[in-house]
Structure formats: C-alpha cells, structure tokens
Write a protein that binds this ligand. Structure first.
Ligand SMILES: Nc1nc2c(c(=O)[nH]1)N[C@H]1C(S)=C(S)[C@@H](COP(=O)(O)O)O[C@H]1N2
Ligand SMILES: [Mo]
Length: 319
C-alpha cells in the first residue's frame, strides 16, 4: 500500500517535498523485492491448496513482478521504451491492474494479526528490511552514476530530459485519450468571463516565462514560453468570492487552479519565440511551472473564475 500511495503522490506533485515521496517510492520497491523470497515460500504453500481465486493470486504476483520490472527499467534507463509503449506506461499499467487485486487479496486472504507482531524482535526486523531497502536504493543510484546509466541523469521526479530549448524535440503527450485538434485561429476565440479575446489580441502579449514541464509519462523539458499571465487576463473578470480558476480546452479537458495562483499561471501563445504547434497546444495553452504536465491544459477555449474551491475536481483528469 505504501508503494501505491507514494506512486500516486509522485504523480500528483512536481516540486518541493515531492522528492521525499519519490525516494520513498523507490525504497518501497526494494523492500518488496527483499520480502519476495519469504513471500514466495508462503505463496507456494498456499498455491498447492486448490481454492477459488487461485488464478487471481497468480495474476497479482505477475502484476507486481511486472510493475517492479518496468519501474526498474525506467528508473535505470536500461530500457525506456518497448516498441510503441514506454516502460513508465507499463509500470503504471501493471500497478493499476494489481491494485484491485491487492485489495481483493487483503480481504480474501487475511493475515491474522499475531500478538507477536508488535514484539521488539519483529519491529527491529521491519526496521532492518526498510534500512536494507534504503541501502539498496542508494547503492543502485551510485551504480547508475558509476556505470554512466541514463538513470543517473533523471530529475528527482524520475523524469528524463527531452527537448529543452528545442520544442520540436519535445514529446507531444496527451493525458489519456484526447486527440490533437486542428484549430483555425481566425475562427477561434478565448472566452474569459464575459469577454471574448481573438488570437491576435492575445498574441500581442509578450510576458516570458522559462518554465519546466514534467510529464508523469517520464520526461521533462524547459522552454521559453510567451503569452499573458492569468492575473493580467482576469483583471475585471473577478467574481464576488473568487476561489478558483477553471480552464477548459476545446476538447473538453479541464483543470481548476487556486485563484491565488493567477500570477504564476501563463496562457502561452508562443514557445521559443514562435507560435505553438498544434501538438503543443495551438492557439493557446496553460504554462503551470511547478505542476506536473497534466495541469498544462492545451487548446484552451475558456477561462472562468469560480467560487468553488479548486480541489472540488478529480485529482487526475478523466480524459
Ligand atoms: N487538452 C489537453 N491538454 C493537455 C493534455 C491533454 O490530454 N489534453 N495532456 C497534458 C499532459 S499529460 C502533458 S504532459 C502536457 C504535454 O504537453 P506537450 O504535448 O506540449 O508536450 O499537456 C497536458 N495538456
Ligand atoms: Mo503528461
């Protein structure tokens, strides 16, 4: 459970304390590996008893092995993509398949708590396994560095640099199933409050932000973005109790941000001095430094101030 929680945590945040979450996620992975031999003995015993759910148990074991393997391949950089999919996608996919199975397994195969569980000896053993996981984590990081593996050049979120200062080299990424729309800027407008902005009006703004985008898919890049800060754009569009800013794309993808972040969010029309490409969000996209890539809404169509708190939304987009 710790490994799922830290994995989700690492996805949610891209700055500050996230580094601890990511490190904990790595250590938890090693702890699972360390416990595997012991668990294998228990599982082998259980497997010989024919009972319902045996194939589910087997699937769970396979799912966890796959999640660990692909996590290892991504983080070391030994294999970052396998054909059309990335190791990171397989890592997350295997984890998502395993999660309901873990829940089922905990309910269907309860481990009865023993009085001895809280004994000093057992607590010390737990501490030692965790310390062993941490040591393995540090050793692997060292080995990556000495061996010159790509894994040592990752950001603390686990992401690899791709296309900094060169937008053409930067991946075009969609969160789930969104498709890149073809938008003709001459019949596109941006609705902000009651006002509609044309592309040319927006393109006249030239606030520049060197912003780092870090996709949960495992890559990051820094670019010079250019456009208008939401705090400038929203002047006059404020409502009575502004609590959040809701940004929606032409495709229906949307995110809500705390209202107080307005001066940190840019609506960009240019990247590296030239208009955005369709893939990167033309005509206009959000630049949200410090937030993971899924907050950087592309193809923005509407920006509204709302009295609803920003956290009244799914933690991750649903499309
Ligand atoms: N409308 C819309 N905006 C979106 C997405 C999406 O699926 N739809 N994906 C997000 C994700 S997950 C990332 S990492 C960035 C990627 O930006 P890029 O394609 O310009 O590199 O866009 C974000 N903005
Ligand atoms: Mo992403």
């Amino acid at each position: 459970m710790a490994v799922f929680a830290t994995g989700v945590g690492a996805f949610a945040v891209g700055s500050g304390w996230n580094v601890y979450v990511s490190v904990a996620h790595g250590i938890a992975g090693f702890v699972i590996v360390a416990l595997a031999p012991w668990k294998t003995v228990v599982a082998r015993r259980g497997y010989h008893r024919v009972r319902p759910g045996r194939s589910l148990s087997l699937m769970l074991a396979l799912g966890l092995v796959a999640a660990l393997l692909f996590g290892f391949l991504h983080s070391t950089g030994l294999a970052r993509s396998l054909g059309a999919v990335t190791a990171m996608q397989l890592h997350v996919g295997a984890a998502l398949v395993s999660l309901p199975l873990v829940v089922w397994h905990t309910i269907a195969r309860p481990a009865r708590p023993h009085r001895s569980d809280l004994e000093r000896r057992k607590l010390i053993r737990t501490a030692m396994v965790t310390a062993g996981g941490a040591a393995a984590y540090v050793l692997l990081a060292g080995a990556e560095r000495i061996g010159g593996l790509p894994g040592s050049r990752r950001r603390f979120t686990g992401s690899y640099e791709r296309g900094t200062g060169n937008p053409a080299e930067m991946p075009v990424t969609q969160w789930l199933n969104d498709r890149v729309p073809t938008i003709d800027a001459s019949d596109w407008t941006l609705k902000v409050g009651e006002r509609r902005w044309t592309y040319d009006e927006l393109a006249a703004f030239d606030t520049k932000v060197d912003g780092l985008i870090d996709c949960t898919g495992g890559w990051f890049a820094t670019q010079r973005w250019e456009g208008v800060l939401l705090s400038d754009l929203l002047r006059g569009a404020e409502t009575d109790e502004p609590r959040s800013i809701v940004v929606r794309s032409t495709t229906g993808y949307s995110r809500a941000y705390p209202f107080d972040d307005a001066s940190k969010l840019l609506l960009a029309t240019r990247i590296g001095g030239v208009p955005l490409t369709a893939g990167h969000g033309y005509p206009a996209r959000i630049v949200a430094p410090g937030r993971r890539g899924f907050w950087w809404v592309k193809w923005v169509q509407e920006i509204q101030v709302s009295s609803r708190p920003w956290w009244v939304q799914p933690p991750f987009p649903l499309t």
